[in-house]
Design a protein around this ligand. Structure first.
Ligand code: PTJ
Length: 257
């Protein structure tokens, strides 16, 4: 159906309106779940509070995330509908930079969406996409949603997994399996944000290219130096700083005339 709303170029919220139209389009093409539109709205609300900008705590987490992905034996980037709709090309770029495998993993899984997300990644340059159809034959223990279905050669055997815009149950189940979990989530209070090893509280549109940049910057460091970056990172403390940043920004805005 394509983009229908004509957005005036000088509209103050033009960029945000354009993203919404792109997401509606992605939903019609079967890439995005209907609930993905709702999830985006929740994300937008938190992004407003951040000032729609990457804050220092997010950059700090991005460096830790990059270090963990470079150090990984088998890193996997998990891709859902929102990720494919918003940052397919940027996710493929990150997978190449690390290098890491790409795996489709959907909460609202059906054959049409699996294929739509896979073909979005392929169009964005991916040569191999795991987790589609019979490939998703392994199960994450103690998880009952469709997210439990994973690729034995991908998430199931990975040691470090990036799970952007995730639900808390799988993050906790992956942790129980001994995986190191990195997430991107605008909501610092979500169960995923709280349970992950590294949480980047930022819009995935800004976070994904920042993460690729950090991987490229840190790639030349020794394993010892990379481990040092990870050791200095404390997710709980970083999330607290993020929440305090939000509080301080709201306080400053409330005091404005
Ligand atoms: O494609 P599927 O079937 O796997 O389904 C994907 C969704 C996102 C619908 C599913 O995982 C879901 O319901 O997620 P939740 O529980 O709504 O959590 C999504 C989280 O992502 C929320 O905490 C949002 O604040 C956050 N979020 C939304 N948009 C963005 C975001 N975080 C970063 N960047 C965004 N653009």
């Amino acid at each position: 159906m394509g983009i229908r709303l004509k957005i005036p170029k000088n509209h103050v919220r033009a960029a945000s309106l354009r993203k919404r139209e792109e997401l509606i389009d992605a939903e019609e093409k079967g890439i995005l779940a209907k609930a993905g539109l709702i999830a985006h709205g929740r994300g937008e609300a938190f992004d407003y509070i951040l000032g729609e900008a990457t804050i220092p705590a997010a950059l700090f987490a991005t460096r830790a995330a990059a270090a963990s992905l470079i150090l990984a034996r088998h890193p996997v980037l998990s891709v859902n509908g929102n990720t494919a709709a918003l940052v397919a090309k940027e996710t493929v770029d990150l997978a190449e930079a690390i290098p890491a495998d790409l795996e489709v993993n959907l909460f609202y899984r059906d054959r049409r969406r699996e294929l739509a997300v896979k073909s979005t990644l392929v169009k964005a340059g991916a040569s191999k996409v795991l987790g589609v159809g019979r490939r998703a034959s392994a199960h994450i223990p103690e998880l009952f949603s469709e997210r439990r279905k994973v690729d034995p050669n991908g998430i199931f055997s990975a040691d470090v997994i990036l799970v952007p815009l995730e639900d808390g149950d799988r993050t906790m189940a992956l942790k129980k399996m001994g995986k190191f979990v990195v997430t991107i989530d605008l909501n610092p209070l979500s169960r995923t944000s709280q349970a992950a090893d590294v949480t980047i509280v930022d819009n995935i549109i800004r976070a994904m290219p920042n993460l690729t940049k950090a991987v490229e910057e840190l790639r030349g460091l020794s394993r010892q130096e990379l481990k040092g970056i990870l050791e200095r990172f404390d997710n709980r403390r970083n999330l607290s700083e993020t929440i305090l940043f939000m509080r301080d920004r709201l306080t400053a805005l409330a005091k404005e005339e």
